[in-house]
Design a protein around this ligand. Structure first.
Ligand code: CP
Length: 316
């Protein structure tokens, strides 16, 4: 799919990749690339943002904050461990409190799948919501930064072979990406332990052994083993060495990859498990460039929420 002239995106909320058309995804990539090239916006009035992360995060939280500051938004702090959540206040009332004190837009992460559905259906909630990840559901800002990174590399999606390898069951990145990559014309494959390759993934692509994937793919996208979402007995039986040998990107496997191919991972990386420590920053790795692109994608997401609320005065 060639990059087309895209129109600026305007969304009430950005919560799921399922809500975005191929054209919307290309528009977000286009706008994020413009921000990367130095685009700026001017606001009509002071605008306030808050980042409510009820589940831990390094990249998504800090890059939303960086994006908001680069756009000129005022960022209101929130620390869940020192908040009235400890007195039993609900997430919904916490969000309505931030709205009441004047916050215009928020990034939210929660461990509950589709936590955002009740919020966006509530007529009393009008703050703009960017989903920073919901349980094992969706992670739209990660998916968009992944698409931007692939587009920067190849200039198209049509016909690209992309393998998603690892802990599919617990991964919101796998779910978001298999749908959008298919929509954009890429061919999706899967790898990793077969117990995690269930029917929902089989609908999008076939499972192949890691040695077959590395020699054929344009993009090898690895996923973190999410021990915090895995039962204790399964964690107890887990061997990092065995996993790396059976499903990971070893130095030998990296040598089998086509010259033009790239390595991706949403991070945090379990070094030496999904990917050999020595390969995390190798020439083929786009792991840290993915993080850098995350700031620009999140600027584009926040700008779409601001446009919807008619808060953008000028763009240049
Ligand atoms: N990739 C990602 O979502 O990282 P964080 O959990 O650190 O935000």
């Amino acid at each position: 799919m060639m990059m087309q002239i895209t129109k600026p995106v305007s969304f009430e909320n950005v919560v799921s990749m399922e809500d975005l058309s191929a054209q919307d995804v290309l528009s977000f990539i286009h706008e994020a690339s413009d921000f990367k090239a130095g685009k700026q916006i001017e606001l009509k009035r002071p605008v306030y943002a808050a980042n409510l992360f009820f589940e831990s995060s390094t990249r998504t939280h800090t890059s939303f904050e960086m994006a908001e500051r680069k756009l000129g938004l005022q960022v209101v702090n929130f620390d869940p461990s020192n908040s009235s959540l400890s007195k039993g206040e609900s997430m919904g009332d916490t969000i309505k409190t931030f709205q009441a004190i004047g916050v215009d837009v928020m990034a939210i992460r929660d461990r509950k799948n589709e936590y955002y559905k009740d919020l966006i259906a509530d007529p009393n909630v009008h703050v703009g919501i960017a989903n920073g990840g919901d349980g094992s559901g969706q992670h739209p800002s990660q998916s968009l930064l992944d698409m931007m990174t692939i587009y920067e590399e190849f200039g198209h999606f049509e016909g690209l072979k992309v393998a998603i390898v690892g802990d599919l069951t617990h991964s919101r990145v796998a779910r978001s990406n298999m749908e959008v990559l298919t929509m954009l014309g890429a061919h999706v494959y899967f790898g990793g332990p077969k117990k995690w390759y269930t029917e929902e993934f089989a609908k999008y692509g076939e499972w192949l052994p890691i040695d077959e994937l590395v020699s054929q793919m344009d993009v090898m996208m690895f996923l973190r083993v999410q021990h915090e979402r895995i039962a204790d007995d399964e964690n107890g039986a887990f061997s990092a060495e065995k996993y790396h040998a059976m499903y990971g990107l070893t130095e030998d496997r990296e040598q089998m990859m086509p010259e033009h191919s790239i390595i991706m991972h949403p991070a945090p990386v379990n070094r030496g498990v999904e990917i050999a420590d020595s390969l995390v920053e190798c020439d083929k790795s786009r792991i840290f460039p993915q993080m850098a692109n995350g700031v620009f994608v999140r600027m584009a997401i926040m700008t779409s929420l601001l446009r919807y609320r008619d808060l953008v005065k000028e763009e240049y």
